[in-house]
Design a protein around this ligand. Structure first.
Ligand SMILES: Nc1ncnc2c1ncn2[C@@H]1O[C@H](COP(=O)(O)OP(=O)(O)OP(=O)(O)O)[C@@H](O)[C@H]1O
Length: 927
């Protein structure tokens, strides 16, 4: 068996119909990142029945439908078909090729087909069971699955081993058997309940029926005995009558007078006879009515039974509707939760949008403040520039004024200079004098110093006094005073008495101040310019922020609207569910009303049956009383006849013999007649029939009379009876017996299911253990081959219960002591998963295997080992390997390239090896 072709249309990047024709052996699939290689694997998983959108790398199932590209519209549906060669009959169907198809429409409608015939998804899963193929079997290995195999829970990992052991089918059968067992237990409980209820009713009915039967048995015996007694009586009477009649014939002529009277009395008897016959009619009518009663009662009972059936049917329908109602209600509450969540999110978004609006408001305020600041700065610049202008004007004025002051100052200095020249000459003369005097004083001082240094006494003292007198400092001082005054007058001449200099200095100062002020103003204008620029920048930032926030508000609003829209559509769905709930409730109500009507009718009918039974009893009583009246008439007739007999006795006085004989004949005749009538009234038979019945028997009178007495007392002891109870008991018993048989059948089928379950468990456990042991041994071997050493182990966790035991993997590459598989490197993990995959393959190769970049993390040496192991298995199984590795591509029998010639659309092309190398090379460069 192998995969012949894969047909994809509208699925993910495969917008156009794409057919991949696959050969047995080893096929490589190459192509740049994102070109759609893994989408092929997704298509395969999808057609095998993948239910989880996450398993197909999406959020929801309709993510698989091509969602459009820049140049293309989205597809309306996705469809994937795979065709298998089934000549090996691995799939247990009588077709040489099998085509599986899955289709998904944008409205969420899913279709599954086997050989183009519509089927349920379960049927596809069922035919793939234990073939090694399937969405979660080991026939599809992706990068993510390597991690899943190594890191999943031990119980989840077990699924792959079950597939290899071929017990997945058993597992499904086991689930079905368990479901059947639970249904059977339910049925048993239900039938037991019914039987328990019926048993009580049956016991009551049984007692009533037993009593009625006893009554009828006694009554029959009583009638029999009565008839025997009557027969004895009849025989005696007949004999007597015959004898008397013969005697009477002889003396009849003698009785004419008395016959007259007898005739009158006979007339009376005739009257009574009329009455009697009326009564007999009445009795017959009552009898007929009693019969009608019984028939009517039976009809009503049948009606009650049929109504009970209908009521049961209504109950079933009501409970079905209730069940679907519960489902609808839980679906509705889920929708309600979703809707509330969306509304809350919309409110949150609204809140966020409001707070952003407040932020914008704040930013606008800041911006306005900044603009005001810029305005203020501009105003201040303008003021400063005006100030500079006025300063410049003042500067020009001051310069003019300074020029004037300087001219005045120069001319004044010129005239002063002339004035100071003579004073200066005098001062120079005095200076010459003072310098001469100073030299003289200095030489006297030097002499004085020498004299003081060499002080020897009186003589030196005189010299010192003499030299001190010679100093004449007073004169020098007065000349010096004169010099200073000349100097002062020169200075005062040069001094700016009119303040021109100070005016000039003032002007200079003022000009300097103006220049300084202008410089300060210019600097300040410059600073203001910078400040304005900074403020403008800040304002621009704020404006950008406002624009961003306004955009964000728009986004939030549209997000909010989308949420509200979704909430609205959920509301519509909730309303629809509500309508369905209401409709279901209405149906329950309507069915309930109908059911109640039938129940009411049953109650009424049962009441009518009871009433009829009472009427029946009443009529029976009426019948008895009519019969009593009849007997009284008969008695009266009898009395009259006795009267006749008395007349006959009188007649006898006249004609003693005749009378005696006539009397005797008459008595016997009357007795016989009355006997006949009574007999007919009581048993509806003639005396002849009675005689025929007993003529061959030899009944004994005394014994029969005792028996009759006993029977009457026995019947009295029974009290009231229900004549219908026998029939009722028979019906109830029949139904009870039917249920008992059903119960036995169910118990038998329960035992069968338990037996099947036991066999399934034993068989699966055996298969699983055998397969597990083989895979365990193989895994050790493949692991040390791939790793060139090292140790690997598989262990059953909770080994006691191998039906549910999980599987633990332990792997230690050469020279390493690994306690946790997570600590393995990416390449080591891939190699471990590959070792496990091929260990399983050695036990049960799947007919084909898709490997999606599981060699990605392997180094060149390990890629080579991976290829060698592929080579080993490629005759047993068909391999389709998605890869970027040259070494892997190199080994393939056929190569496919997946391209995106048109952006976002995958196209498959067949490649030669050299083309594939270029193709893969380009792809790698692109990466
Ligand atoms: N419903 C869809 N409609 C259109 N394009 C889709 C759809 N679903 C997925 N894609 C696109 O499919 C591409 C992914 O394809 P895929 O994973 O098969 O690439 P790849 O060839 O396996 O890449 P890599 O080599 O990187 O694994 C993504 O670009 C994704 O946008």
């Amino acid at each position: 068996m192998y995969l012949k072709s894969l047909n994809i249309v509208g699925f993910k990047t495969f917008a156009d119909e794409t057919e991949v024709l696959l050969d047995p052996g080893f096929t490589a699939v190459v192509g740049p990142n994102g070109s759609g290689k893994s989408n092929i694997v997704d298509a395969l998983k999808w057609v095998f029945g993948e239910k989880s959108a996450k398993g197909l790398r999406g959020d929801k199932m309709d993510d698989v439908i091509f969602h459009g590209s820049e140049a293309r519209k989205p597809a309306g549906f996705a469809e994937v078909s795979v065709v298998f060669d089934n000549s090996s009959k691995l799939i247990k169907m009588d077709y040489p090729t099998i085509k599986l198809t899955r289709r998904l429409y944008a409205d969420g409608n899913n279709e599954y087909l086997i050989n183009d015939s519509r089927v349920q998804r379960k049927e596809i899963e069922k035919i793939l069971l234990d073939t090694g193929i399937g969405k979660s079997s080991y026939s599809i290995m992706e990068q993510g699955k390597v991690d899943r195999i190594l890191h999943s829970k031990p119980e989840e990992r077990r699924l792959i081993f079950e597939e290899a052991a071929g017990i997945s089918r058993f597992k499904m059968e086991r689930q079905e058997a368990l479901k059947k067992l639970s249904d059977t237990n339910q049925n048993l409980l239900r039938i037991q309940d019914i039987m328990n209820t019926m048993k009580k009713e049956m016991e009551v009915k049984e007692k009533q029926a037993e009593k009625a039967e006893e009554y009828f048995r006694l009554k029959q015996e009583l009638d029999e005995t009565d008839k025997i007694i009557r027969y004895i009586k009849f025989s005696t009477l007949t004999k007597k009558h015959e004898t008397s009649e013969n005697e009477l014939k002889e003396i009849k002529e003698k009785n004419r007078v008395l016959l007259e009277r007898i005739s009158v009395e006979t007339g009376r008897i005739e009257e009574l006879d009329h009455l009697k016959s009326d009564l007999e009619k009445k009795v017959a009518e009552i009898d007929k009515k009693l019969l009608d009663h019984l028939t009517q009662t039976q009809i009503q009972k049948d009606k009650v039974e049929s109504n009970k059936g209908i009521i049961l049917d209504y109950s079933d329908r009501i409970s079905d509707i209730r069940e679907s109602l519960t489902k609808e209600e839980s679906a509705q509450s889920l929708l309600q939760i979703d809707k509330e969540k969306l509304e809350k999110e919309a409110i949150d978004l609204e809140g966020e949008s409001k707070s952003l609006e407040l932020g914008i408001e704040e930013l606008r305020k800041n911006k306005t403040d900044i603009e005001a600041k810029i305005e203020a700065e501009n105003t201040s610049i303008q003021e400063k520039e005006a100030r500079i202008q006025s300063n410049d004007k003042r500067h020009v004025e001051l310069r003019e004024r300074l020029k004037e002051v300087i001219f005045d100052l120069i001319s004044q200095l010129e005239s002063r200079k002339k004035e100071a020249q003579s004073t200066e000459q005098e001062r120079n003369r005095l200076k010459e004098l003072l310098l001469g005097e100073a030299d003289r004083i200095h030489s006297v001082e030097t002499e004085l110093k020498t004299a003081l240094d060499s002080y020897t006494g009186e003589e030196t003292k005189n010299k010192i006094s003499y030299l001190a007198g010679k100093l004449e400092t007073e004169k020098f001082r007065s000349q010096l005073g004169e010099y200073f005054s000349l100097e002062d007058s020169i200075r005062s001449l040069l001094f700016d008495r009119d303040g021109f200099l100070s005016q000039k200095e003032g002007l200079d100062q003022e000009i300097e101040d103006l220049i300084l002020e202008n410089e300060n103003l210019t600097r300040s204008i410059k600073e203001s310019g910078l400040a304005i620029e900074a403020l403008r920048e800040e304002a621009e930032n704020i404006r950008e922020k406002i624009v961003y926030l306004e955009k964000r508000i728009l986004e939030l609003n549209s997000e909010k609207n989308a949420k509200l829209e979704s909430a609205k559509s959920l509301s519509v769905r909730i309303e629809e569910t509500e309508k369905r709930i209401l409709a279901a409730q209405e149906s329950i109500k309507t069915l309930g009303v109908k059911k109640t009507e039938f129940e009411k009718e049953v109650i009424e009918l049962e009441q009518q049956i009871e009433n009829r039974y009472n009427e029946f009893l009443e009529m029976s009583r009426a019948l008895d009383s009519e019969k009593e009246a009849l007997r009284n008439i008969v008695k009266e007739i009898q009395g009259l006849k006795n009267e006749i007999q008395k007349n006959q006795e009188d007649y006898k006085n006249l004609f003693p013999i005749l009378t005696e004989k006539e009397k005797a004949v008459s008595v016997y005749k009357v007795q016989l007649e009355s006997f006949s009538e009574e007999l007919y009234n009581d048993y509806s038979i003639s005396e002849q029939e009675l005689a025929d019945e007993f003529k061959d028997k030899k009944p004994e009178k005394g014994e029969s009379e005792t028996k009759l007495k006993r029977l009457k007392s026995d019947i009295q002891m029974l009290g009231s009876i229900n004549p219908l109870s026998i029939e009722e008991y028979r019906n109830v018993k029949e139904i009870y017996e039917h249920h008992r048989t059903q119960k036995e059948d169910i118990e038998r089928s329960k035992n069968d299911i338990t037996e099947i379950l036991k066999n399934i468990n034993e068989e699966s456990e055996k298969l699983f253990r055998e397969t597990f042991e083989r895979i365990r041994t193989n895994f050790q071997e493949t692991f040390s081959t791939l790793f060139n050493g090292g140790r690997a182990m598989l262990e059953l966790v909770d080994g006691e219960d191998s039906l549910n035991a999980g599987i633990e993997i332990m792997a230690e590459p050469p020279g390493k002591h690994v306690q946790n598989l997570r600590l393995l490197s990416g390449g080591e993990k891939s190699l471990t998963a590959i070792a496990l995959l091929f260990a399983i393959y050695m036990v049960k190769p799947s007919p084909f295997c898709f490997l999606d970049e599981i060699d990605a993390a392997l180094d060149e040496a390990n890629k080579l080992r991976f290829c060698q192991i592929l080579d080993k298995f490629k005759d047993k199984s068909q391999f389709v390997v998605i890869t970027h590795a040259q070494s892997t591509i190199h080994r393939a029998n056929s190569i496919f390239g997946v391209t995106n010639e048109e952006p976002g659309i995958s196209k498959i092309i067949s490649l030669r090896l050299d083309e594939a190398r270029d193709f893969a090379g380009r792809a790698t460069e692109a990466v």
